[in-house]
Design a protein around this ligand. Sequence first.
Ligand code: C2G
Length: 707
Amino acid sequence: MEKVSVIIPVYNTTEFLDSCIDSVLQQTHDNTEIIIVNDGSNEECTTKLVGMDDRIDKVKLFHLPENKGVAFARNFGLEKASGDFVYFLDSDDYISNTTLENLVSHIGEFPMITGKNVSVNKANELAAIEYKKPFVIYKRKRLSRFKNRSAVNRLVRMDFIKEHGLQFKEDVKVFSDMEFILPFISLMSRVPYLKTALYFKRKRNDPINNPSLMQDLSSEEKIKDFLKVFNALKDQYAETPQAIRYLDRHFLNFFRKSIVLHCQTHGDIENVFREASYSANKVDKKAYSHLNIVVRQEINYLKNGNLSKFNKMMRLHLRLRKSKRAVQSKRKFFIQMYRSVFLKMPVKEKTIVFESFLGKNYSCSPKYIYEYMVKNNYDYNYVWIFNEKGRQLPGNPKQVKRFSLSYYYYLARAKYWVSNSRLPKHLDKREENVYLQTWHGTPLKKLVFDMNDIHSANPNYKSDFYSQSRRWDYLIAPNQFSHDIFKRAFLFDKEMLDTGYPRNDILHNEKDTDLPNEIKRKIGIPLDKKVILYAPTWRDGDFIDRGKYRFDLSLDLAKLKETLGDEYVVLLRMHYFIANNIDISGFEGFAYELSKYEDIAELYLISDMLITDYSSVFFDYASLRRPILFFAYDLELYRDTLRGFYMDIEKELPGPLVRNTDEIINSIQNVDQMNIEYKDKYDAFYDKYCGWEDGKASERVVKKVFK
Ligand code: C2G
């Protein structure tokens, strides 16, 4: 059986190493050697590698004295390889266990065979990939097989590498693979491609703390590296039409994607113009004769080194792109109006825009801040964002539909933004704008930069969060615990407001008034029944669509009604991400579905006890010092796989962890005993998490922000 040398350059990818190396060890093609080149990694990563080297015979570990870059590390690995074949694998990726067997058994006489790359992030990593019967596709049009310029997931004959001196270009940080793959384009008439040889390319989800190479470099560095590789290979393969055609095509793609984007974000091309002009003169005129007049002109001005004419044409290019985008959809047209008209209008000093839970309801801290300002006659113009307009609200504020033209108008003109969750990435923060982020709960579950792996559907979750949270000027902390976590998990470096949560003022100010009975009457709950509120959180794994998740009720309503129905009623309140309705048919008068009820704080007020799980609702409810049960039927999956917690829940929670409806019923039937048992824990919990709240948090926030 022929031997495959798997070459793995490693640079500070500790968290991904196990799945990478394990995926090689589990290969059905057993004859492999694992050449690991430690490219000057940090101590944690090096220690991990040394441990692997000791444990795994197949591993041959080499340490480079300092970080030399992926090209040097791969070339170094090539020198150490003794296999019949070479296969490159990046240390933050992994392969399916039949990949090498499939490639080896189908390469035939070809010098190289290539497999299929699948982009993964933690969210879809769990998704099973179907394995069909392997069959090879022989590609005439080789260029398509090299669209991604990467050397990974290509099985290459060692003697072909030696005969043609294949290597990676070491004087660049990125695009070094192009030098290694050009010989295949110029020397192979057909390229075998195997769809079932799977390579899982991980999309690194933390470009701030742990960026991949491409995420780490500036666009200027990337452009200069690409042009350097392009120039060198154009000279080296000047006599190879196939290679020339491939390189010219890649230059034009790179121009339209990266260089135009660079001009858009940097305003002009000045800092890379000389290099780009030099390279453009290497591009064959025929290669871009089919492109539109604007790009052809840009390439010609680049060739002639005419920067001012090039910039003029580029500005036209970007305007055309914007107007093309603006007519693609109503939303894109509104965003264009927002950028090119509304943002150019003066800021309204006395206008405040409010939004809660992505426009879903009128609740949480933005509501109570607003109501405090109205009650105390603060002289401002108030605008509320909702998905549906037409609410009867105190102070009769302006209401705008989320993502409507007025939405963009008021967000562009208002000096103040008050929101309890993120505002869209495409909104630009103006110099004069003041953005108060109230957030929406003391965190139990790990947040953003404290999360290792992101299970959320959006692989750019961390980079999006980073750019969106840079706009926050103020962030409210309900307690010191949240203060410390928000600072680290959000990388928040502006003003933290240690005020407690405005949304909990009502729990201190209204609990002994007639408001609770008013609310019960409004909902239609009998005043002589005790009320249980069930308010679970959402599950990252039960994803339906962006911001939409499924929830299956594990609470046995029939058993609850049978045992507690005489004395209690149950309110069911799902998280705002939950898209499916909970069916309570047959439990009318006992169970109330209140997931669409505007303000959960009012439900806290009327509830004699709370049942929740990993939601932050219990930090607020505890202000009422009423019993709380934690229905953690999926604790191991949720804590150990999905999210991770900030506290040791077995030790700190102010109430029992229960696993099923029987345990819930037992706790409720013995609630007095439970209160005694948990008194000390509850007191300690209250002091740590509710101590800052006294019903005056809105006042403190308003006086701080709206001086
Ligand atoms: N909420 C609600 N009904 C539920 C659950 C939550 O109205 N059944 C509201 C509460 O105001 C709660 C907030 O949504 O405080 C956040 O809900 P979590 O379950 O804690 O989940 P998440 O939205 O992920 O926020 O720092 C808090 C974290 O960010 C968690």
